[in-house]
Design a protein around this ligand. Structure first.
Ligand code: DOR
Ligand code: ZN
Length: 344
């Protein structure tokens, strides 16, 4: 059995860092493991302009632990009012690497998102023209649609037509959770890729109700069936370069999740590569981890692969029951339980 794994330093292609005290609490976890991360723009208020993204980037860099070499890759939050000129400025900035489509109401802090995709056609057109990637939260928002079907419905109703209408637009289907999404991305035209979270590789929807309701396993898109989880694992086992690492680590203060109406989001940055190592090993595909975590995403975003390495050691460690977070605590994935791999 492999006891030690030396791999190219990975990047996280989908991450929520929040702001202020919360940012300072979580950033060291990501910076210890990953060289770069695509930073989600769903702050309050959202990051809708290049100026706001630049200021947020400055705050992230100022919050880095001394000596950390982490690079935040910024994104814009698309709204009904985003202009093609802002897209042009984003592309020219050099530090903005995509724009995120949140269907309004789909998830945490998405209320300022896009109400109808028709409202951003000119923006998508300009993104194609200047080659700025689109990152998509792929769920329909109709409350009449079963929550477990919202990703599959989004593919048929919104994503597939958009990908065809904009044949040169590069698209990342974020945090895919279903067999339908895997099949769509596999078969799509060139320029369509997907990120995969650790929770969707390690857990199925039973984990939401194991002995009682488990708010710390609640995220959006919600956990799916075991067959869906297997479909994700199988496509990663095939080494398909369209699928790469994006933790979607999304911290929320403990009491906002352990509540009558709890927030969506799993926190995984404290073990952002270790959890994947466990999932890949359990599926007999540890040899696929490096490309998934450190090559395919960089290639898609047309950034150089990292040159330094990290070392993972097979040595179980206990995840704390909670971690400090702004003015409270947060409960990380695997709280109070063991993880099989440790970062050296
Ligand atoms: O579970 C989620 N949490 N899904 C998202 O899309 C957003 C995220 C957050 O920002 O908390
Ligand atoms: Zn996210």
């Amino acid at each position: 059995m492999t006891q030690q794994l030396v791999m190219r330093r990975p990047d996280d292609w989908h991450l929520h860092l929040r702001d202020g005290e919360a940012l300072r609490a979580v950033l060291p976890h990501t910076a210890a493991r990953f060289a770069r991360a695509i930073i989600m723009p769903n702050l309050k208020p959202p990051v809708t302009t290049v100026a706001a993204a630049q200021a947020y980037r400055d705050r992230i860099r100022a919050a880095l632990p001394a000596g950390a070499a982490f690079e935040p890759l910024m994104t814009l939050y698309l709204t009904d009012g985003t202009t093609p000129e802002e897209i042009e400025r984003a592309r020219a900035s050099g530090f903005i690497h995509g724009a995120k489509l949140y269907p309004a109401g789909a998830t945490t802090h998405s209320d300022a998102g896009v109400t109808r995709i028709a409202n951003i056609e000119a923006v998508l057109e300009r993104m194609s023209a200047v080659d700025l990637p689109l990152q998509v939260h792929g769920e329909v928002t109709d409350p009449g649609v079963d929550v477990f079907d919202r990703e599959a419905r989004f593919i048929d109703e919104i994503l597939a037509p958009a990908v065809e209408r904009h044949p040169r637009l590069r698209v990342v289907f974020e945090h895919v959770t279903t067999r339908a999404a895997v099949e769509f991305v596999r078969a799509a035209r060139a320029g369509v890729a997907a990120t995969v979270t650790p929770q969707h590789l390690l857990l199925n929807r039973n984990a939401l109700f194991a002995g009682g309701i488990r708010p710390h396993h609640y995220c959006l898109p919600v956990l799916k069936t075991e067959a869906d989880r297997q479909a994700l694992l199988d496509v990663l086992a095939s080494g398909n370069p369209r699928f790469f690492l994006g933790t979607d680590s999304a911290p929320h203060e403990r009491h906002t999740k352990e509540a009558a109406c709890g927030c969506a989001g799993c926190y995984s940055a404290h073990a952002g590569i270790e959890l994947y190592a466990e999932a890949f090993e359990a599926h007999g595909m540890l040899a696929r981890l490096e490309d998934f975590a450190a090559s395919f995403g960089a290639d898609f975003y047309r950034l150089p692969r990292n040159q330094d390495t990290i070392t993972l050691i097979r040595e179980p460690w206990m995840v704390p029951g909670h971690l400090p977070f702004a003015h409270g605590t947060l409960v990380p994935l695997r709280a109070g339980e063991l993880i099989a791999w440790r970062l050296a």
